[in-house]
Design a protein around this ligand. Structure first.
Ligand SMILES: Cc1ncc(COP(=O)(O)O)c(C=O)c1O
Length: 442
């Protein structure tokens, strides 16, 4: 553990609150171009910040103060750990993939099965952390945004369990392509609003959720990734870091040592930060984030912000965003709704600049093939988001020697993608099923 690496954890948990200062800007007016980005001062790191309408400043300060207090509170931490165990089912399994490893003939591949969490993905972990915080703040109403629907589903579940009113915003395109999760949210008593503005994806859902919060600042905004204004990036990283802590223990128990590579997909960055955080101080563990390569490299065809994005300020924080030449937010595409987002965690932006986390892309086709490969060789169906990490990891492992260990974060399970993967793998059967349902309805 060298001195430089040792500072990463400290910087993220202790200095992140001042990333980018505490400037307050108009939400819609601070998009994009470098001219909007204040130069970092000597004491501030260049990413993050709280670039929000004045009216929301007290709400964010209240949440930041509560987080600063409760992250050291033994009662709160015990409650968090207990709810993760009894409600979500932690610890999740750490699974060797012997048949795939043998087939690729390279490194030993392992999977951290976050899809075994209650509601099917890692998202429930930061939802449990935040709902316990909202409860201690005496909040009655929760607002959230969702892309793939996993964060919305998890938020709906914790709201039902803790008896809080819940509204979830979802881009109309995502509402249609992740329909099973819409149904689960509604069954749990949540109001789901399909957002018809803009590209009708996660970005538009975030803006709609912020608008609701401006109108209702007493509500608690339960933000779903390591993005947004401070304290959300640090707070969701703090709640999610249990993933890497479990991997450390499980990998040592299983193999006698730490992994050589940890690979996670990157939408906003919460599952990646959850996996990476505990290993940041050990530079021998290589950390790889995999972004959505979509179906091309032209603007609008992918969601690779750390490959093609530019620094800017949007949705309350300073990071890398996909932008057009004028600094407006560019359209994105991915077969997976959860990676189809224009921005990325300010923490990952910082770690990318530092070279501590490397970024790669996997395209739609590679992700779909990885779903089938993992399903048919190891009996595990990953979410399309997670399949991006597998697609890259399979290539990586094939080129490594057998003594290397590659761990992949299976951030979610694939049931939510039923209608998308079925359209790709069995279109005729899907059409027949749809027809059957329609006829049955008559
Ligand atoms: C299963 C799954 N994995 C990954 C993501 C991407 O989010 P993040 O980058 O915050 O982990 C999502 C988002 O909805 C998801 O549902």
């Amino acid at each position: 553990m060298n001195q430089t690496a040792k500072t990463y954890k400290d910087i993220i948990l202790n200095t992140l609150g001042t990333f980018g200062g505490s400037n307050s800007r108009q939400l819609a007016g601070a998009v994009g171009a470098d001219r909007n980005v204040p130069p970092p001062s000597a004491t501030e790191l260049p990413y993050g910040g709280t670039y929000i309408p004045e009216v929301l400043l007290p709400s964010l300060q209240e949440i930041a103060a509560a987080f600063d207090h409760f992250k050291f509170d033994e009662g709160f931490l015990a409650d968090f750990a207990d709810t993760l165990r009894t409600f979500s089912g932690r610890p999740t399994a750490f699974t060797p993939l012997p048949r795939l490893s043998a087939e690729f003939g390279g490194a030993q591949i392992f999977l951290k099965n976050e899809g075994l969490n209650h509601t099917g993905a890692h998202k429930i972990t930061h939802c449990i952390g935040q709902i316990l915080l909202a409860q201690r703040l005496g909040k009655q109403r929760i607002i959230a945004e969702t892309g793939a629907g996993q964060h919305g589903y998890a938020t709906a579940a914790v709201c039902a369990r803790f008896g809080l009113d819940c509204t979830v915003y979802m881009g109309k395109k995502d509402y249609e392509r992740q329909r099973p999760n819409v149904y689960w949210m509604e069954l749990l008593g949540t109001k789901v609003v399909a957002v018809k503005e803009g590209s009708q994806t996660l970005n538009d859902a975030v803006i709609a959720a912020f608008k609701d919060w401006v109108a209702n600042p007493d509500s608690y905004y339960l933000l779903g990734s390591a993005v947004g204004p401070h304290p959300y990036p640090a707070m969701n990283t703090f709640f999610q870091k249990v993933v890497g802590e479990e991997i450390r223990q499980q990998c040592i128990e299983t193999t006698g040592r730490l992994p050589d590579y940890c690979v996670a997909c990157v939408g906003g960055g919460s599952n990646a930060m959850g996996m990476f955080f505990d290993f940041l101080d050990e530079e021998q563990v290589q950390l790889v984030g995999v972004e959505a390569g979509g179906h091309g490299t032209q603007p609008g065809e992918h969601a690779a912000k750390l490959r093609d994005g530019k620094r800017g300020i949007f949705e309350g924080y300073h990071s890398y965003f996909l932008q057009d030449g004028d600094g407006n937010i560019a359209a994105t595409h991915s077969v997976s709704a959860g990676l189809d987002y224009c921005g990325v965690s300010p923490i990952l932006a910082y770690l990318a600049d530092e070279g501590r986390v490397k970024f790669e892309t996997a395209n739609d086709e590679a992700a779909l093939s990885a779903v089938k490969k993992l399903a048919q060789t190891e009996g595990i169906i990953p979410a399309l988001e997670s399949a991006h990490a597998f697609a890259y990891a399979f290539e990586l492992a094939a080129g490594l020697t057998k003594d290397k260990i590659v761990v992949v974060n299976a951030s979610g399970r694939g049931e939510k993608d039923l209608f998308i993967t079925m359209r790709h793998f069995q279109e005729e059967n899907l059409k027949a099923y749809a027809q059957h349902l329609l006829q049955h309805q008559k």
